[in-house]
Design a protein around this ligand. Structure first.
Ligand SMILES: [Zn+2]
Length: 213
């Protein structure tokens, strides 16, 4: 492809917009794939570049801290906990003129109103970073994440490491019998699994498969 620094169609678009549109970046993948770590990395780089950052998470995420987001590798970033998209909007909009980058972790737990909110923020020139699970432990698309992936400028789909065979893992395996959609902060209740070792019904015959009678 040609060098991106040249703009072959610039003659058809001579007048720069006064309000440049923003971007939506979605970071997704299974549990233990480093989504929060990648979100935190991008937010910290934005702050180093002296951009003003706001970060949110749903209040269902009780893992580790109530006032920050945390990755499994213990990286953290300050975050405001909000119960719904409407609460997020109420908190964000009064300070929006001072914010350039908005990060949202565990975005799969937000309602569908997060989608028009993301599009509004992009139209206002904001950089919106959203991290979350793309599928549930039953292998269903998770909340608003698939639609956000479709609308994003950039999607980063991370893989974890299968806890059975060590191959790249795209699934979150639920261990045990819980019927909760997500048991929050539940180390030991979930594992990353590859396609071959993923069992969406939840019960885990992996050991039996590894040791045939
Ligand atoms: Zn595997």
């Amino acid at each position: 492809m040609s060098d991106s620094s040249t703009h072959p169609h610039s003659d058809t678009n001579p007048a720069p917009c006064s309000q440049q549109p923003g971007v939506l970046e979605v970071i997704t993948g299974p549990m233990f794939s480093g989504k929060s770590e990648e979100l935190i990395r991008r937010l910290k780089r934005a702050r180093i570049a002296r951009q003003r950052v706001a970060c949110y998470k749903p209040d269902i995420d009780l893992r580790y801290h109530r006032t920050s987001i945390a990755s499994h590798s213990s990286q953290t970033h300050d975050a405001t906990t909000v119960a719904t998209t409407d609460r997020l909007r109420e908190h964000l909009y009064p300070q929006l003129d001072d914010i350039e980058v908005i990060g949202i972790d565990e975005v799969q737990f937000f309602d569908e109103h997060i989608i028009p909110l993301a599009l509004e923020l992009i139209a206002l020139g904001k950089r919106v970073l959203m991290a979350g699970l793309d599928t549930t432990f039953s292998n269903e698309p998770f909340g608003p994440v698939p639609n956000l992936m479709a609308l994003a400028d950039k999607v980063t789909k991370l893989s974890a490491v299968c806890m059975v065979c060590g191959q790249a893992a795209i699934h979150t395996q639920r261990l045990g019998q819980s019927r909760e959609l997500v048991v929050v902060g539940a180390a030991g209740l979930y594992e990353a699994r590859c396609r071959a070792h993923f069992h969406p019904t939840g019960d885990d015959p992996a050991e039996q498969l590894e040791l045939p009678a």
